[in-house]
Design a protein around this ligand. Structure first.
Ligand code: BMP
Length: 250
C-alpha cells in the first residue's frame, strides 16, 4: 500500500484529518520517551498520522525512536512522517532518506529549493523503490515565510510568478505525495489547491499555537492538519484532539 493510501485509510477509519506533531521537549530522555508514548496512546484513535522531527531524534536517537514510537504507530496502523526538511546535495539527502525509511518511516519532508538534479532526485528514487512518500514544503507557517515563499521569480518562458506557485508546480511534476502549506495562510492554501487540483494532499501545520484555525484551513483546501503543542502540551491531549477532529471527505 502506498503512503497516500495508508493516510487515506487511517483518516477514514479514525474520521480525522489530524497529524500529531510529536515534538515534546524535556531534558530527561526516559521522561521524553514515556511522555511521547503516553500522548500517542491517548490520541491513537483521533489522529491519522504521526510526524516526528529532529527534536525527538536528537533527544532519543533513531534506534530508540524506531523500536518504541515507530513500532507502536505500526501496531496501531498509523503512518509516520519524518520531518527531516531535507535540503542538501544528493548523496547526503539520499543517505538520510534511506536511513529514515529503513528505520520504518512511511514518508519524509523535504525542501524543494535543493532542486531536482543531484538534490531531491535520489530522495524521490529512494522513496519510490520502497513505496514511501515525499512531502514538499510549499509555504511555511511562520510570519517570516513571506520573505522568500512570496518572492516573485521567473518561471521558464511563463513569465514571473510567486515562488510558492512554482514550488507547487514542481511538486506535481516530481510526483510528491503531498505539500506543506501553513494553516496560518488560508489564502495561500486556496491558491495552492487551485493550482494542484483536488487530489494532491495539502498538509497544514500551525493550527492553535501558531494562530491557525483548523476549520478555516480545511475550508480553504487543506487535507490534513499538523498539530503539535495544541495537543501534546494540553492538560488533556485526548480532549484537545477530540476538539480538533474534522472528518475527512469520503
Ligand atoms: P505546533 O502545532 O506545536 O505549532 O507544531 C507545528 C509542527 O509543524 C512542528 O513540528 C513544526 O516543525 C512543523 N512545521 C511548522 O510548524 N510549520 C511549517 O511551515 C512546517 C512544519 O513542518
Amino acid at each position: 500500500m502506498s503512503f497516500e493510501e495508508r493516510m487515506h485509510g487511517t483518516a477514514s477509519r479514525n474520521q480525522t484529518r489530524t497529524v500529531l506533531a510529536l515534538d515534546l521537549e524535556t531534558p530527561e530522555p526516559s521522561q521524553l520517551l514515556k511522555k511521547s508514548i503516553d500522548v500517542v496512546r491517548s490520541v491513537k484513535g483521533l489522529i491519522c498520522a504521526i510526524k516526528i522531527n529532529r527534536q525527538l531524534i536528537l533527544g532519543l536517537g533513531l534506534p530508540t525512536v524506531a523500536e518504541s514510537i515507530l513500532k507502536l504507530a505500526n501496531d496501531y496502523n498509523i503512518p509516520t512522517i519524518m520531518d527531516a526538511k531535507l535540503n542538501d546535495v544528493g548523496h547526503t539527502n539520499e543517505f538520510m532518506a534511506r536511513t529514515y525509511f529503513d528505520a520504518g518511516f512511511d514518508a519524509i519532508i523535504a525542501s524543494p529549493v535543493a532542486g531536482w538534479k543531484d538534490g531531491l532526485d535520489k530522495v524521490f528514487q529512494a522513496a519510490e523503490s520502497r513505496r514511501k512518500g515525499v512531502l514538499l514544503l510549499t509555504y511555511m507557517s511562520n510570519p517570516g515565510a513571506e520573505e522568500f515563499y512570496s518572492l516573485t521569480a521567473r518561471h521558464g518562458n511563463n513569465g514571473e510568478k510567486p515562488m510558492f506557485e512554482i514550488l507547487a508546480q514542481r511538486a506535481l511534476e516530481w510526483r510528491a505525495q503531498g505539500l506543506i502549506v501553513g494553516a496560518t495562510k488560508p489564502q495561500i492554501i486556496s491558491r495552492v489547491r487551485e493550482l494542484v487540483g483536488p487530489k494532491l494532499p495539502i498538509f497544514s501545520p500551525g493550527v492553535g499555537a501558531q494562530g491557525g484555525d483548523a476549520n478555516i484551513a480545511v475550508n480553504a483546501g487543506a487535507t490534513y492538519l499538523i498539530v503539535g503543542r495544541a495537543i501534546y502540551a494540553s492538560a488533556d491531549p485526548q480532549n484537545a484532539a477530540t476538539g480538533l477532529r474534522i472528518k475527512p471527505n469520503t
